[in-house]
Design a protein around this ligand. Structure first.
Ligand code: GRF
Length: 207
């Protein structure tokens, strides 16, 4: 379900449909999986805006092709992290976004963004947190020689990759895995757990 520019204000909308703002920097496979889940009715939500910070990123093209309002806000075009996040907030507020969904967003977020959407910022990370935080999670799992790794959906707090965990999936680290083959397997798991975890967070808020 996608937002139309003529959508009524949030107060008059059906309460069960959440308005999502997506942050993405990469290929966009998680964005595609979320849109698929919305299309088949597994996620009672609409993607009202997608902000991407990387020109030419697959996520931008994928979202635009599926009718999502997309916004390229390159972080280097802003004088500070705060100014960049202020611009993101402006886009999301204009679209009446209620939940911010990070789907491959490769920037650390600060209190500026988190305070604008308190407790309503979610992320997916390619490891079983609290193991292997940060940008090199898949490589670190390989280097550590773990036999099981996976992915985690969590609420975003100020400390990076450390907010309350909402869902996890385990993925085996096979003998001949490279970072690329392992990440591909982890991403397939991500595509299964992110939408249901978001749906559960939405549902729990209505209890
Ligand atoms: C995912 O593996 C996610 O866990 C990480 O970045 C990757 C994004 O992939 N934060 P994609 O752009 O959704 O394909």
């Amino acid at each position: 379900m996608l937002c139309s520019p003529h959508d009524p204000a949030p107060m008059t909308r059906r309460a069960e449909v959440a308005r999502l703002g997506v942050l993405a920097s990469g290929r966009g496979s998680n964005v595609g999986a979320l849109l698929d889940a919305i299309d088949v009715g597994d996620l009672p939500a609409e993607v009202c805006a997608l902000v991407c910070n990387v020109e030419g990123a697959g996520a931008l093209e994928l979202a635009a092709a599926r009718g999502v309002s997309t916004h390229l806000l390159g972080h280097r075009d802003f004088a500070s992290r705060r100014a960049h996040e202020d611009a993101i907030i402006e886009v999301f507020r204009a679209a009446h976004v209620e939940w911010v969904i990070m789907a491959g967003w490769m920037r650390v977020v600060t209190a500026t963004l988190l305070d604008a959407f308190p407790d309503h910022v979610l992320n997916i990370h390619p490891s079983l947190l609290p193991s292997f935080r940060g940008m090199r999670a898949v490589e670190q799992a390989l280097e550590a020689g773990v036999r099981i790794t996976g992915c985690t959906v969590h609420r975003v707090h100020l400390e990076v990759d450390a907010g309350p965990i909402l869902a996890q999936a385990a993925v085996p680290d096979l003998e001949h895995d490279t970072a690329s083959t392992l990440h591909a397997r982890i991403q397939r798991a991500e595509h299964h757990i992110y939408a249901p975890a978001i749906a559960r967070a939405l549902f729990e808020e209505t209890l």
